[in-house]
Design a protein around this ligand. Structure first.
Ligand code: NAP
Length: 244
C-alpha cells in the first residue's frame, strides 16, 4: 500500500486524514509538535514524528530516520498551518505575521523540497491545504490570506515544473471547518464556539474524505484546485466607505 505523510496531524483536518488514510489501508506518517497526541495515533499502520515544522534540523533529522515501510513517501499532505489574530494590518503583530509565514510558507516549501525527489521517483502526489482566504479578501485576513494565496499559486506552479513526471498536485481551498483553527487564531474557545454556532460548518472528516478521494482518483486525472464551503457560508460583496 502507498505511504502518506501528513503534517499537522495532532488536530483537526490532519488528524482526520490520519484516520481516513489508515482506514483505507495506507501507511501513514503523522507529524506535529504535540507528542502526546501523536502517541495516541500511533499504530502498526501509523508512524509518528514529533517536531516543529519550522525547525530545519529537527525536520531533516525526523525525515532521515524514517523506517521501512514509512520511508518511501508517495503522497505529501501539507496541512500544518495556522492563522494568528484578526486585527487589521495596521494593528497586527509582526511576530504573528512572521510565525504564519514561517509555518504556512517557509516550512511548507522546505518539507516539499525535501520529499519532492522521492515523490517524483514514485510518480506520487502532493496535496496542499490552501483556503478560500487565498481567493477572497476579508478584513483581518492580511498575512494569513497572503500565505494561503502563496500555497495555491505554489501548487499550480509545481504542476508546471512537474509536467511529464506523472506527479499530481492539488490545492485544497476550504471555507469554514470547525477544528482548533479559530481557538488558535483568537486564543479563545468561546470565540470559536460563537463563530461556528448555527452555521453547520464543514468537519475535519469532510475535508479528509475529500483528500482521500483526490488521492485515489485514476492516475491520469489531476484536480488542480478545489474550493469547498459549508452551504451556510457565501459572500457579501464590496465594502464602500463614504466620507461624512
Ligand atoms: P488545527 O485544528 O488548529 O490544526 C493545525 C495543525 O497544524 C495542528 O496539528 C498543529 O499541530 C499543526 N501545526 C501548527 N503549527 C505547527 C508547527 N510549527 N509545527 C508542526 N505542526 C504545526 O487547524 P485545521 O483547521 O485542521 O487546519 C489545518 C490546515 O487547514 C491549515 O493549514 C489551515 O490553514 C487550513 N484551513 C483551515 C480552515 C478551517 O476553517 N479550519 C479553512 C481553510 C484552510 P501542533 O500544534 O501539535 O504542532
Amino acid at each position: 500500500m502507498p505511504t502518506v505523510l501528513v503534517t499537522g496531524a495532532t488536530a483537526g483536518i490532519g488528524r482526520a486524514c490520519v484516520t481516513a488514510f489508515a482506514e483505507a489501508g495506507w501507511h501513514v506518517v503523522a507529524t506535529g509538535r504535540r507528542a502526546d497526541r501523536l502517541a495516541a495515533l500511533a499504530s502498526e499502520r501509523v508512524h509518528t514524528l514529533a517536531f516543529d515544522i519550522r525547525d530545519d534540523a529537527a525536520r531533516e533529522a525526523a525525515l532521515a530516520g524514517l523506517p521501512a515501510p514509512f520511508a518511501d513517501i508517495d503522497l505529501l499532505i501539507n496541512n500544518a498551518g495556522l492563522a494568528l489574530g484578526l486585527e487589521p494590518a495596521q494593528q497586527a503583530s509582526l511576530a504573528n505575521w512572521r510565525t504564519m509565514i514561517d509555518t504556512n510558507v517557509t516550512a511548507l516549501v522546505a518539507i516539499t523540497h525535501a520529499l519532492l525527489p522521492g515523490i517524483v521517483a514514485r510518480k506520487g502526489a502532493i496535496i496542499n491545504l490552501s483556503s478560500v482566504a487565498a481567493n477572497y479578501p476579508y478584513p483581518g485576513g492580511n498575512v494569513y490570506a497572503g500565505t494561503k494565496a502563496f500555497v495555491r499559486q505554489f501548487s499550480l506552479d509545481l504542476r508546471a515544473d512537474l509536467h511529464g513526471t506523472g506527479v499530481r498536485v492539488t490545492s485544497i481551498e476550504p471555507g469554514m471547518v470547525e477544528t482548533e483553527f479559530t481557538t488558535v487564531r483568537t486564543g479563545s474557545q468561546a470565540a470559536s464556539d460563537t463563530l461556528y454556532k448555527g452555521v453547520d460548518p464543514m468537519t475535519a472528516e469532510d475535508i479528509a474524505a475529500t483528500l482521500l478521494w483526490v488521492a485515489t482518483l485514476p492516475a491520469h486525472l489531476n484536480i488542480n484546485a478545489l474550493e469547498l464551503m459549508p452551504v451556510n457560508q457565501s459572500w457579501q460583496g464590496f465594502a464602500v466607505h463614504r466620507a461624512g
